[in-house]
Design a protein around this ligand. Structure first.
Ligand code: ATP
Length: 205
């Protein structure tokens, strides 16, 4: 079973791409979804976060105020590291478990996709066999994010600047998807990659 790590900058189209693979019947493990679920389903995780950041990080209904947390860690490297120290080992465990479950199936899938937005900023590299990068030019990303989130241009730019740049992503990529055009064109690229990943020859590389 080939394990493909899907990554790319903010707004590049990771979710769109993983949805297209999913529509072809491919199993997806999304580390963002796992991180989200961890906080919702494991009270000890929320407790650790509150111990670190105080009650102010909670909404009135005692749920996590994710926007506030994101703002705090974005502006403070030490806090960011501390939050990652809480979440990453747990996310990693869950990803490993999920991969193991797929491998143990009587007929394991040919390949699965693991969505790891910060693949090059974290230590999830050991898990995966191939790196698939989504590249979208910056102007298009900004335009799409603004349509999706109504964030300011400055906010989007500062997030883009806090992430690794596309040169590094290209250097590390085994496969690249260019997502500068419409969905039909994107679908075509996904179809070709699906054929490539389903072909046994690539599994021996
Ligand atoms: P984030 O890093 O914020 O999680 P992402 O990389 O998962 O973002 P998406 O949410 O998939 O990116 O895409 C960003 C926005 O661009 C979404 O609103 C999506 O619908 C839109 N989008 C992605 N690809 C295309 C495309 N080829 N044509 C038109 N719109 C697109």
């Amino acid at each position: 079973m080939l394990i493909v790590g899907l990554t790319g900058g903010i707004g590049s189209g990771k979710t769109t791409v993983s949805n297209l693979f999913e529509s072809l019947g491919i199993n997806i493990i999304d580390t963002d979804v796992i991180a989200h679920d961890l906080v919702n389903s494991d009270p000890s995780v929320l407790k650790e976060i509150v111990t670190l950041f105080g009650d102010d990080i909670l909404n009135d209904d005692n749920s996590l105020n994710r926007k506030k947390l994101a703002k705090i860690v974005f502006n403070n490297k030490e806090y960011k590291q501390q939050l990652e120290d809480i979440l990453h080992p747990k996310i990693l465990d869950q990803v490993k478990n999920k991969i193991q479950n797929y491998k143990l199936r009587s007929t394991p899938p040919k390949y699965i996709i693991v969505v790891i937005p910060l693949l090059f900023e974290t230590d999830f590299n050991d898990l995966i066999d191939r790196v698939l990068v989504v590249l979208t030019n910056e102007a298009t990303r900004i335009q799409r994010i603004q349509q999706r989130d109504h964030r300011s241009m400055d906010e989007i730019r500062s997030i883009i600047n806090s992430q690794v740049n596309d040169e590094i992503r290209i250097d590390e990529a085994d496969d690249i998807i260019e997502n500068n055009h419409d969905l039909a064109e994107l679908k075509q690229q996904i179809k070709q990659l699906d054929e490539k990943y389903s072909n046994s020859a690539i599994h021996d590389k």
